[in-house]
Design a binder for this molecule. Structure first.
Ligand code: CDP
Length: 785
């Protein structure tokens, strides 16, 4: 499909967000705002220990409390075959524990009561006899011979290994290493973190005893998929399930999985015959719902003395928690590391990945990242920076020498992805120019030599892969990945657009209206965008991993073009001309050579219901299910400047220059907001965010005092710039952007701190790079005492 020529219109305009009107005046409608007659409230009892056999659960005292309607246990669910449920990766996860608990915070029982306070009070009256078992908190320990088998519930599972995948060509990679002048290595960990959306998870389940219809308001990033999963798992007829995902206070991948709370509330409503509300608290969210990252990575880069990269070897070990629940729709072998070579032209690559069960929460959600690209990108950008110091080549120059060249696209990576487009050098050049790289390097040297000050300049040049499908390569539990848009233009020329994807704050109600406006000339404020209600929108796979614009955004453009084709026929009828003699101009058709003879889209819309050519069907509406031919590959180059305080080890960010290329920008203001959010998250990972556990498996990041999110106070200023390399296959040339900065920036921040000390041989800091780690290093290298 050809990219349309640029024309005056609604693409590239920073239209103010239509949805903000209701949010600013407090009229958003979140799950917790849903109140139904006769509604009950549910609270969840969570395990205080990380690994234990459950000898017994006594619910009698809780049941006796006035106002308690029922206490649900795993045993009760097992009677309905609902004690376990599938994860997104086809593993199983307990809904409520039956035999054992396998992580701290695991759901053990639920109280259903007349109000939320009674439900929570009753939790304390449930007595559980736990018999504690040895706890495993690292994947290395999990894979030790003789380690206790965490998933002994699974037939045939004799150890804690979940998968072993390899990608690339091992032999060719070995040969590349044999020819190398230099081999540079790095071992590091991308720690576990949490998406931590402002709104935790929750649902209101209302199963009508008379009709059997289940209406479930749910914090869901993928309502259609959740409806299908409910139908398959619970055996409910799919037409009787309506999932409504109302306004969502941030998702970031956290709201893609199905959580036990949703299932128990629905089962309870079915059994009791009244609506049941469950609203998760912050600690419950932080300790039990989908985490992200937690990859231990090591690898080597083979290079010539001149800095030409010859080959890459990487070994990754991931800590999956007690269930393999990755939001990982790739059917490629080791698909998650197909982009491990980043933006570099690497002829030979070999990647080995292993995953292990531990006594922690499952997750692996698409936290602003698809297919674990964030981890892969972090690793290659750290490794390249290390190689630059080892070879004595400037880090910018080493990148430049190895970039995939613009004329090599579409480019097949050594492990199998076909990058659709890219032009990496201009993005790096722009970042260097804007940050004043050459002068900065001179200043860095001067300040170090004359004043002993430690300035660091960190770079990262990343490539991201977003927009799953194509359906031939991607599915979730067998549901193929595509997405959809349905568009109806009313007689007065106003329109309603219904999407298969679901916004959680990204501004779809504005940007998708802009796409229609661009294609049909109907202004965005005349277009109502609906999403999130499965009874009311076409089937879609949901919003995560920056897939909305490449899939449903494309569907929106395609369906709008379908309507424009019909509009041409109607305009020809109205103008008594032949359709071929008409020219489209922004919002109207006119007769070639007679621009005064024209009909606007609004006039044509009215005629679609009132004055049609003989035999034409009434109305102006259509639907498109879009199966993209490929993913899109946004990219960018970031430059970060920091200064380390030699007295404390604290590092401060001086400058952040970010050049992003997401092809054609629909709404530059929204894109910039997405990038600032991603940069903040990247900075947070580099500086402070960390979910950690003690040796007994107690989660030490269970609240916002211990789990450090940056506020606006700590967050640095960001200087944003762009290059534009349109996606050749997307109808409007757009690539997704939602997560690019999260993927690209952590390495730039860490590289900057390392760079400040590279001259004394420092090559690595583990994230988060806290002042004490830097201080220790300063002492070690003799720069502090
Ligand atoms: O799937 P998700 O919406 O999280 O990610 P996305 O498709 O990258 O889009 C994030 C937001 O940025 C949406 O509102 C997009 O429409 C907007 N966007 C844009 O205006 N121009 C682009 N080239 C890409 C995204």
């Amino acid at each position: 499909m050809a990219v349309q020529e640029e024309k005056p219109g609604w693409l590239g305009k920073s239209v103010r967000r239509i949805e903000d009107d209701r949010f600013i005046v407090g009229r958003g409608n979140y799950v917790d705002d849903v109140v139904l007659p006769g509604m009950l409230h549910m609270a969840v009892l969570r395990s205080p220990v990380a690994h234990a056999k459950i000898n017994s659960i006594d619910t009698s005292r809780a049941e006796a409390l006035e106002g308690v309607v029922a206490v649900v246990t795993g045993e009760l669910l097992a009677q309905h075959n609902l004690a376990w449920m599938p994860t997104l990766s086809g593993d199983t996860q307990a809904v409520l524990a039956t035999d054992k608990v396998r992580m701290q915070g695991q759901e053990v029982a639920c109280v259903i009561a007349e109000d939320a306070y009674i439900a929570h009070d009753a939790l304390e009256l449930i007595e559980v006899d736990y018999e504690q078992l040895p706890v495993i908190t690292t994947p290395q320990a999990a894979l030790e011979p003789g380690a206790p088998v965490i998933r002994d519930d699974k037939e045939g599972q004799t150890d804690n290994r979940i998968y072993h995948w390899e990608a690339g060509d091992e032999q060719a990679t070995e040969q590349a290493f044999a020819q190398a002048d230099r081999v540079v290595s790095l071992a590091t960990h991308y720690p576990r973190c949490h998406p931590a959306p402002l709104e935790c998870c929750g649902c209101v389940a209302d199963v009508n005893p008379a009709t059997g219809k289940a209406t479930i308001w749910m914090t869901s990033q993928a309502p259609h998929v959740h409806r299908t999963v409910f139908a398959l798992v619970a055996g409910l007829p799919e037409q009787n399930i309506q999932i409504i995902s109302p306004d969502i206070g941030g998702g970031f991948g956290n709201k893609v999985p199905v959580y036990p709370g949703y299932v128990v509330a629905t089962a309870a409503s079915l059994l009791i015959g009244r609506p049941v509300k469950w609203i998760e608290d912050r600690t419950g969210n932080l300790i039990s719902t989908g985490f992200a990252r937690d990859f231990h990575m090591e690898g080597e880069l083979a290079l010539t003395d001149e800095g030409k990269m010859l080959g890459l070897r990487v070994r990754m070990l991931s800590d999956q928690g007690y269930a393999y629940a990755d939001a990982q729709p790739s059917k490629f072998k080791a698909g998650l590391f197909h982009i491990v070579g980043g933006s570099y032209d690497l002829a030979a690559t070999h990647v080995v990945t292993d995953g292990a069960y531990t006594n922690k929460a499952p997750g692996g959600v698409a936290y602003r990242c698809s297919f674990r690209v964030t981890e892969a990108s972090f690793f290659i950008e750290r490794l390249v920076q290390t190689a630059a110091y080892e070879l004595g080549i400037d880090p910018a120059e080493l990148r430049r020498r190895n970039f995939i060249r613009a004329d090599q696209f579409p480019y097949t990576s050594a492990t199998g992805f076909i990058y659709d487009s890219g032009n990496y050098e201009p993005a790096l050049d722009l970042a260097l120019e804007k940050v004043g790289y050459d002068e900065l390097r001179a200043e860095q040297k001067r300040l170090r030599e004359e004043e002993g000050r430690l300035i660091g300049i960190g770079l990262a040049s990343f490539t991201e892969v977003v927009g799953a499908g194509p359906s031939k390569n991607f599915d979730i539990l067998g549901i193929k990945m595509f997405d959809s848009a349905e568009l109806r233009v009313h007689p007065t020329g106003k329109a309603i657009l219904k999407l298969g994807v679901k916004t959680q704050g990204q501004g779809h109600e504005t940007t998708f209206a802009q796409i229609v406006a661009h294609e049909l000339g109907i202004p965005p404020q005349d277009i109502l965008v609906q999403h999130g209600d499965t009874d009311n929108t076409p089937y879609g796979l949901g919003t995560y991993a920056s897939r909305s614009t490449p899939t449903a955004g494309a569907a929106t453009a395609v369906v709008a073009r379908k309507l424009r084709d019909k509009a041409r026929e109607i305009a020809a009828h109205l103008l008594e001309a032949s359709p071929e003699d008409l020219e489209w101009d922004w919002n109207r058709f006119y007769v070639k050579g007679s621009p005064d003879q024209s009909k606007t889209i609004q006039e044509i819309a009215f005629a679609a219901y009132t004055d049609l050519p003989e035999g034409m069907e009434h109305g102006l509406e259509g639907v498109n299910y879009y199966d993209p031919p490929n993913m899109t590959y946004p990219f960018g180059s970031y430059a970060v400047v920091v200064e380390i305080d030699r007295g404390t080890g604290k590092w401060e960010v001086r400058r952040v220059v970010a050049v992003d290329d997401c092809g054609v920008r629909i709404n530059p203001m929204i894109v910039e907001g997405q990038i600032m959010g991603g940069l903040t998250e990247g900075y947070a990972m580099a500086a402070m965010e960390l979910i950690t556990f003690d040796e007994d498996g107690n989660c030490l990041g269970s609240n916002f005092v211990d789990y450090l999110l940056p506020s606006s106070w700590e967050t640095p200023n960001f200087e944003l710039h762009e290059t534009v390399t349109p996606s050749p296959h997307h109808p409007i040339g757009a690539k997704g952007v939602g997560e690019s900065a999260t993927v690209g920036s952590p390495a730039a921040f860490v590289n900057a701190v390392v760079d400040a000390l590279a001259h004394v041989g420092v090559r690595n800091f583990e994230m988060p790079v806290t002042p004490d780690k830097v201080w220790e290093k300063l002492v070690e290298v003799g720069l502090a005492e």
